[in-house]
Design a binder for this molecule. Sequence first.
Ligand SMILES: [Zn+2]
Length: 425
Amino acid sequence: MKLVFHGAAKEVGRSCIELQTQGDRYLLDAGIKFKEGGFDYPEQIVNLPDIDGLLISHSHLDHAGALPLFEHYKIICPIYCTKLTYSITKVLLKDSYKIARIRNLHPAYTKTDLRHLEKDIRLVRYDRQYKHRKIRFTFKNAGHVPGSAMILVEAEDKKILYTGDTKLRTTELVKGPTLDYKDIDMLIIESTYGDRELPDRNETRKRFLDKVTEVTNKGGSVLIPVFSLGRAQDVLIMLAERRFKAPIYFDGMCKKITQRILTTPDPYVNNREILDKMFNHKAIHIGSEKHRHHALSQQGIYVTTSGMMQGGPVMSYLRELWHEPKHAILLMGYQCKRTNGRHLIEDDYVYLDGWRTYVKCDIEKYDFSGHAGKEDLKEMIKRINPKKLVIQHGDPDAVEELRSWAEKENKYIVYAPEIGEEIEV
Ligand SMILES: [Zn+2]
């Protein structure tokens, strides 16, 4: 039995690991990688119609975004995932298709492929063992985003655990994983923060709320650009902790995603009642450009997509707020290179309608993340205690740092695969 790495090998993006048993082939995740002007897909997968099953860890497009492409090339097998993962994936895929069309990027699949996915989806429950052909598998909570799972595969008397993306600690929105695993032969772990520590979340939350209080007390508005899944809901739950002098507005795709989270049963969603109260009663939903203008005519706390300010309704807010020092823009997480968010943190400007615009607002960044920091990754490895360890889903430096730590521990056989590499389980 062996693994073949088609993506997320010494990189973040396009997760796709092939598991070959005697006669059968399975894929763990089917992601894309965003790049300027389009996407990269998993590499070197031969004979797609021959695949016997797909297991999807969570809905982020770097783990599920290649599904319609695979459909296009006529994959004929069941696709297993949790109910919430499927529900959110559908929203994200539709949106990504729409954006690709607007920007004239070739999406590599058609609308029909999106529709056809439905028939192959098999919903799984957490903590229940399923059997398909010669493998047995269990989806376990991963603590990353609502619906996210670690996947435990048992085949040929071996146990393989794939973490997908994971966070050890409970957050505002997702409960942390329990890690009650025994006799794991191979652990395939993500390493996004393999070389970095995250700041204390409680302290970061306090700093963030203090800033919202300070700005609104002085009569300013607060713009909070968010990712539609995870951070948008985290922010609503955090804002519930205090009373502010300005109303809270909620705008963009995060509305649809929050709806899906609230209407789909899932045992690992945290603070569901608070989220429900904030989303359905407290926050004002923005539905049109006219409504948006009205909201902007007075003081407000605007929670809206996209998180890196590369498009979406956030641009309308930015256009109205950028020139006033009394307002604040609060960035809630990692900002990729060459995005407006990154330009804003590093050089105080954004591109607005093609113009480089120096923003006069108060700008702050807070490191909230749905991933485990460096020490928590080590803690997870120690607790799971596998015989073999595969480090992937990280930039080369992150993979290298975690690998050199794991080798010094002298307890595991450690791998850091390249794309196309095969590893015997
Ligand atoms: Zn993810």
